[in-house]
Design a protein around this ligand. Structure first.
Ligand code: ZN
Ligand code: ZN
Length: 307
């Protein structure tokens, strides 16, 4: 146990030497973490157990494993998992209300842009290949964004972790949660994304909180996907009430016209990033602003979604 500690350089070490080799750069953070863990045992940000095997700092292995990840099939437009494990309440899904049964809800989009015109209803087991599957609600009336992905179901450990990130100031949680989004959703994202754009937080709320959780997540997602972040491509145009204070039916009206997009989005493919998709009203309003400014294609990526 004393070994790793002994190789740590003293704090007053001159910054210019020794030069770190690539090997020592790779090893040093682990040694530093191990040394700090001896002094301050690292505790999980959700369950406060000691971090151990499979840890995703600051989440412990069991909490990380307990997150209910969303795996295909899901609707390409609204991201709702399909076939549904339980019938959702239509008020929770907003743009993609309760479907007409689990197997009847599939269709194959025939437009390359993810559009749904001319979609053909088909049973799921025939949809191994080809254009993405779209739920029947989206065939009838899809959300304002072109596609949507979420890493996991909002509940349990993930709900607690997002809550502690957002309201408890545990910014370090942005890292594993963004990594979760990249790991679960990155492989299915379309090509050609020009930039990641975080959903803007109202100015006064960001000042109170000190940070925008969507921006923290977006920074890390962008690293994982090797894409730039363009936070200035979308801004709040007016104050709104927190969506969480409102029933689902009032959320669209609350954010209507609340965002302004920069002219730079014209002709570009933009990926919006937020923490949670609840009704989709905020993301849809962001998409409308981007579309009005000429964005060519708009995706939505969230860590969690209400089932
Ligand atoms: Zn834990
Ligand atoms: Zn859908």
């Amino acid at each position: 146990m004393a070994g790793p500690v002994s190789v740590l350089p003293p704090l007053e070490h001159p910054p210019s030497r020794p030069r770190l080799t690539p090997l020592s750069l790779a090893v040093f953070p682990r040694l530093a973490t191990a040394a700090l863990d001896l002094v301050f045992p690292a505790l999980c940000a959700v369950c406060e157990a000691r971090l151990g095997p499979r840890r995703r700092d600051p989440l412990c292995g069991p909490c990380w494993d307990a997150i209910d990840r969303i795996v295909p099939p899901y609707c390409d437009r609204c991201g709702v998992p399909m076939p549904m494990r339980e019938p959702p309440e239509s008020s929770e899904l907003g743009a993609c209300p309760s479907d007409r049964g689990s197997s009847a809800g599939f269709a194959r989009a025939t437009l390359p842009g993810g559009g749904s015109e001319g979609a053909i209803e088909a049973p799921f087991d025939e949809l191994e290949e080809g254009p993405p599957a779209v739920c029947s609600a989206c065939v009838a009336d899809g959300p304002a964004y072109d596609y949507s992905r979420s890493a996991a179901v909002y509940g349990g450990v993930l709900r607690e972790a997002l809550h502690r990130l957002k309201f408890g100031g545990r910014r370090a949680l942005a890292r594993p949660l963004a990594d979760l989004a990249v790991e679960q959703c990155g492989p299915s994202l379309p090509d050609g994304i020009a930039a990641i754009v975080p959903v803007p937080l109202a100015g006064d709320r960001e000042r109170e909180r000190g940070f925008n959780q969507a921006a923290l997540l977006a920074e890390r997602v962008a690293q994982g996907l090797a894409l730039p972040v363009r936070a200035r491509w979308l801004a709040r145009g007016r104050a709104t009430r927190p969506q969480s204070d409102l029933p689902a039916a009032e959320r669209s009206a609350n954010v209507r016209g609340a965002f302004r997009a920069a002219p730079a989005v014209a002709g570009r493919h933009v990926l919006l990033v937020d923490d949670v998709l609840t009704t989709g009203a905020t993301l849809a309003e962001c998409a409308r602003a981007l579309r009005a400014a000429g964005a060519d294609r708009i995706g939505a990526l969230t860590v969690a979604r209400v089932r």
